[in-house]
Design a protein around this ligand. Structure first.
Ligand code: NAI
Length: 252
């Protein structure tokens, strides 16, 4: 186990929601570090396929894996397929997520349920299946939480509750599976430039930026660097931890 540039050679990784944004940046970093990377997607088939092409053109190895993280059955089938084709799983990045914003008083049941289903149920289903594949040789799971889990977020009661659940789930799983050398950690992004934040008005964006000590939104690559750290050989004594990637926004 070396910490060199190809530190993940021979390892298999899976990134959920890996075709876009932070997930795609994680796929690129893991592949550049030598891992064979599965790109899970829901409906971004074209983007997933073109990411595979890009990685192969750069000399890396990647493949696509379609499933909906909210379906226990679909997740189980996806992982079965992964086991049949790769024989192992060393790294899982639970990145798939959605925002369905609204004030709590008028929030519809479906809006609440769907946010919990993708952002929390999906993480649990994928962790459960990944742990089964990692239980003999160990592994690393990185869950993508959010600053909303710690700071709360007006208009995002569903999203922040789900992400808070991800943090607690991470800590519990770290206790349960530390003895099997499966490390489970969170990255906790602040505001990052992706599709998810593209719809913010220029005024709101400027207001947010004025409250971030580093004065700007982060990039998907800056989150992916932290994911790579938690997934790789430089963090072998880190588990149950939250790594905040927020430009100093919260907590300071
Ligand atoms: P994004 O919208 O580009 O990525 C989310 C991905 O999840 C998409 O590819 C989407 O298709 C996929 N996805 C959604 N539902 C799915 C399902 N049921 N099954 C499989 N895949 C599904 O946005 P971004 O920003 O890259 O988000 C990635 C993660 O980072 C999310 O978990 C998000 O909550 C988190 N995050 C993002 C922040 C930001 O400022 N952009 C801040 C804090 C956390």
């Amino acid at each position: 186990m070396t910490n060199g540039p190809m530190q993940l050679e021979g390892r298999v990784a899976l990134v959920t929601g890996g075709a876009t944004g932070i997930g795609a940046a994680c796929v690129r970093k893991l592949a550049a570090a030598g891992a064979q990377v599965g790109i899970n997607y829901l409906d971004s088939a074209e983007q997933a396929a073109s990411l595979v092409q890009e990685i192969e053109a750069a000399g890396g190895s990647a493949f696509t894996l379609q499933f909906d993280v909210t379906s226990s059955q679909a997740v189980a089938e996806g992982f079965r397929h992964l086991k049949d084709s790769c024989g192992r799983l060393d790294i899982l990045v639970n990145n798939a997520g959605i925002r369905l914003d609204g004030l709590a008083m008028t929030m519809k049941d479906e809006q609440w349920r769907e946010a919990l289903a993708v952002n929390l149920d999906g993480v649990f289903y994928c962790c459960r299946n990944a742990i089964a594949l990692m239980r003999k040789a160990g592994g690393a799971i990185v869950n993508v939480a959010s600053v909303a889990a710690f700071a709360g977020s007006a208009g995002q009661a569903n999203y922040s509750a789900a992400k808070g659940g991800v943090v607690s789930l991470t800590r519990s799983l770290a206790l349960e599976y530390g003895p099997r050398n499966i490390r489970i950690n969170c990255v906790v992004p602040g505001l990052i430039d992706t599709l998810m934040t593209k719809t913010l008005s220029p005024e709101l964006r400027a207001d947010f930026e004025s409250r971030i000590p580093l004065g700007r939104f982060g990039s998907p690559e800056e989150v992916a660097s932290c994911v790579l750290f938690l997934a790789g050989n430089d963090s072998t004594y880190v588990t149950g931890a939250c790594l905040h990637v927020n430009g100093g926004g919260y907590p300071a």
